[in-house]
Design a binder for this molecule. Structure first.
Ligand SMILES: Cc1ncc(COP(=O)(O)O)c(C=O)c1O
Length: 477
């Protein structure tokens, strides 16, 4: 048992008793421990003493708080698993191009029967499908002919108004006229990159980063410059600073809030440093905040744009990870590049589909969005925990797992030399999809990493699939 520091203190005595229950298996990993009030009654101590006891148990690594849900017994295996270290981008030679690899991995995504640990999609059963359908039906009736007309850039005013109303929650005050709506975040990123670069330009990105960004940079004829990352705090700003001093960078594209695949959260002081460092050199920052609302901690993190004094930050997001990926509704607030982005939108997709924008605007306005977010944040936090614990239990010793602060993916470092593309092929033969590490780097690095999505509710099927992945990894290692 992990011993108390001050065995004489009352709260430590309570903590020792609960630690004993964990040791004896009365309370098992993943169990909710009694509420603080209940513990105070059970152990005949004040609520304050019970709170101190729980904090002591948290410090000993035995229990953990989950937002709005209470305290839970931490899993033993996860306690012994380290996080990956700072990343070091490298070039790997690969037989196929990154788009061929992507095609192979995602050809399986919608295949029935596949265990969906590959794509970072929220499970439809966790999304407010019926409420959204009803809202869409109401909007279809009330919009009349407007619903079938082009909604020319900058896009639906009711949606831009709702996004602007939420923006103070992220530390920035946007006006509806600062925003252009888009077909998902992917189009927002595309328009912003096109607005601030020309083919051949070097663009600094996190390593690893979302493979859609890797593909986008390649397809626009840009040159990706990979910047190392820390699994908790994201882009290594000292490394970025050295890169900026050594060479020309035309733009930086980052996911400060819950990077995909790391789940890292860039601290506010780092966000400010990043914005200022780039502004000194007049370099635009494209900020992808698609996971910003999916925080596990109590506070919605700020966006880097909240530190932007010169209009150099182009903020992008969408509703794909929170309510409806298929609606294809996103937006950007591109600062001083607004006019350019708006004009590019005309030549890109002309307009965003009208009715999905109006339905989402209404869903946000009537409080449905916030209500849903509160539930889904807790669900994702729990699913990330369950999947991480199962991985820690089934995979060989020595693997490393990230501890995401939000979102719903985990990034796993497998034993050195293990080929995640090989693991992917073998997993597919077992009808399990995973995302192999090389997809997340233009240089094809991260050969012994995989990303697992925790977007689906925990189930015996997922548990079994993780067990199979663990056995395959042991066999390949
Ligand atoms: C970081 C990041 N940005 C953008 C996207 C694409 O978003 P959308 O579906 O809104 O185009 C994804 C999807 O996985 C993502 O993870």
């Amino acid at each position: 048992m992990i011993a108390s520091k001050n065995p004489g203190l009352l709260y430590e005595q309570v903590a020792d008793k609960i630690a004993g229950q964990i040791e004896a298996g009365t309370l098992r990993p993943g169990d909710r421990v009694p509420s603080v009030r209940r513990a105070s009654q059970q152990h005949r101590v004040s609520v304050t003493t019970a709170v101190q006891a729980y904090l002591a148990l948290e410090n000993r690594g035995l229990i953990e708080a989950r937002p709005k849900s209470g305290f839970y017994v931490r899993s033993r295996p996860l306690r012994d698993v380290l996080e990956p270290g700072r990343s070091s981008p490298c070039r790997a030679t690969r037989a196929d191009s990154s788009s061929e690899l992507l095609g192979r991995v995602f050809e399986a995504v919608n295949r029935p029967g596949i265990v969906p640990l590959g794509a970072a999609c929220p499970s439809p059963e966790l999304l407010p499908v019926q409420k959204l359908n009803r809202t869409l039906a109401v909007m279809t009736r009330s919009a009349g002919t407007k619903g079938i007309e082009y909604d020319m850039p900058p896009g639906a005013l009711p949606l831009r108004r709702q996004v602007a109303r939420r923006s103070p929650d992220w530390g920035v005050t946007l006006a509806p006229d600062d925003i252009v709506t888009t077909s998902g975040s992917m189009e927002a990123l595309t328009l912003c990159l096109r607005a601030v670069t020309k083919p051949g330009d070097p663009v600094a990105i996190e390593s690893p980063t979302y493979f859609g960004i890797v593909q986008l940079i390649e397809s626009l004829g840009l040159k990706a410059i990979e910047i190392p990352t820390h699994p908790r705090t994201g882009m290594d700003l000292d490394a970025l600073d050295r890169t900026l001093a050594a060479r020309r960078i035309a733009a930086c594209l980052a996911i400060p809030n819950f990077n995909n695949p790391l789940g890292s959260l860039m601290p506010e002081s780092h966000q400010q440093r990043l914005v200022e460092m780039l502004a000194r050199r007049e370099i635009p920052l494209i900020e992808d905040d698609i996971y910003g609302e999916l925080h596990f901690g109590p506070k919605r993190p700020r966006v880097a744009k909240s530190f932007d004094k010169q209009g150099l930050v182009l903020l992008c997001s969408s509703f794909s990870k929170t309510i409806a990926p298929g609606y294809r509704v996103g937006w950007t607030a591109p600062g001083r590049f607004l006019e350019k982005v708006r004009n590019l939108k005309f030549t890109s997709t002309l307009a965003t589909a009208t009715l999905p924008q109006l339905a989402i605007a209404e869903f946000v306005a009537n409080g449905g969005y916030d209500h849903h977010l509160r539930a889904i944040r807790r669900t994702f936090a729990e699913q990330v925990q369950r999947v991480s614990e199962a991985v820690a239990e089934s995979f060989p010793p020595g693997i490393r797992i990230t501890r995401p602060a939000g979102g719903f993916v985990i990034w796993i470092e497998l034993p050195r030399g293990l080929d995640s593309l090989d693991l992917h092929a073998r997993a597919m033969a077992e009808e399990i999809s995973i995302a192999p590490g090389p997809m997340f780097s233009p240089g094809g690095g991260f050969g012994n990493f995989i990303r697992l999505s925790c977007g689906y509710p925990w189930s015996p099927r997922i548990e079994r699939a993780i067990g199979i992945l663990g056995s395959l990894t042991k066999r390949l290692g």
